[in-house]
Design a protein around this ligand. Structure first.
Ligand code: 1HE
Length: 271
């Protein structure tokens, strides 16, 4: 058993390959892409490790921070693994990515992605599966699939158009156009932009706040809200009413509302 496997097992995380490293800080788990010598390129073993990690989040973890070691978040698909695949193997490969990233988007707890350096191809698809994205000023975004003669396969066709716009995604794939960290923030791809090297601290601060939310609210934001957003308005209103009613009936909500009314709860302040 490697040192990495031992530390994963002792902290309750799934067994991880050497290209991934998990640690826990209180109610927050941090999963790092740990293959900086290959710019955190995502090979099959790493994607399987991501699936395993997000399928077995230990009890008591209320949020995950996803970050990358080295100068770049991720260079995307490991291009060395692409050369000899048949069409059937290509489909199975894409489905592996779909499964793994589905475990992020519709998993147990919210995920904060901390982005820096290259966030390209499959790296951008991975980031798109998170719920909150923080970038530092070194981050840049690209979809070099076009220039490599391939196509996105990690759910980018589904997740990226609502996030960055269909036309922008088409331009990025067709022309190799790169988005800067500032561009990404301006269009809402990221929700927080911080100075170089400050991303992890900001991501941890946000994850701790998320982990302190009422669990039902986090569940509803992760699992119900995207379904409402994708449904017709009548279904959306009915589902929202049910979700709101369940949330306010939870003891946790009653305690938080009581605390506010007794002047003990936090006020909403300007950001
Ligand atoms: C890699 C990969 C990779 C680096 N697969 N090995 N992704 C891309 O088209 C992006 C390809 N990578 C790059 O454009 C650059 O590497 C970076 C801009 C990310 C970083 O540049 P740099 O100068 O820091 O590093 P480097 O010297 O280019 O690479 C360092 C090593 O990482 C080198 O290996 P070495 O053995 O020669 O040291 C590179 O070969 C290796 N490396 N990127 C394999 N991607 C589900 S479908 C998703 C489809 C896609 O993701 S397509 C986009 C693929």
């Amino acid at each position: 058993m490697s040192r990495n496997e031992k530390s994963s097992a002792s902290s309750g995380f799934a067994k991880l390959p050497p290209s991934l490293r998990a640690e826990r800080q209180g109610a927050v788990a941090i999963l790092r892409l740990a293959r900086p010598e290959k710019r955190n390129a995502l090979d099959d073993v790493t994607v399987e490790g991501i699936e395993a990690f997000f399928s077995a989040i230990p009890d008591g973890v209320g949020a995950v921070v996803l970050a990358g070691d080295g100068e770049h978040f991720s260079a995307g698909l490991d291009l060395t693994e692409l050369t000899e695949r048949s069409v059937a193997e290509g489909i199975a490969h894409s489905q592996l990515w779909h499964r793994a990233f589905e475990r992020i988007e519709y998993g147990k707890v919210p995920v904060v992605a901390v982005l820096h350096g290259a966030v390209v191809g499959g790296g951008l698809e991975l980031a798109a599966a998170a719920h909150v994205r923080v970038a530092d000023r070194t981050a840049y975004y690209a979809l070099p699939e076009g220039s490599r003669g391939i196509y996105v396969g990690g759910g980018g066709s589904v997740r990226l158009p609502p996030l960055i716009g269909l036309a922008r995604m088409q331009a990025m794939m067709l022309t190799g156009y790169t988005l800067s960290a500032e561009d990404g923030q301006a269009i809402g791809l990221t929700q927080f932009l911080v100075d170089s090297g400050q991303g992890l601290a900001k991501g941890m601060e946000l994850a701790q706040k998320i982990a302190g939310n009422a669990p039902f609210t986090n569940y509803a934001v992760m699992h119900v809200l995207p379904r409402i957003a994708a449904s017709d308005p009548a279904t959306g209103f009915a589902t929202e009413a049910l979700t709101a009613a369940i949330a306010q009936g939870e003891p946790e909500a009653k305690a938080r509302l009581k605390a506010f009314l007794e002047k003990r709860g936090p006020k909403t302040v300007r950001g």
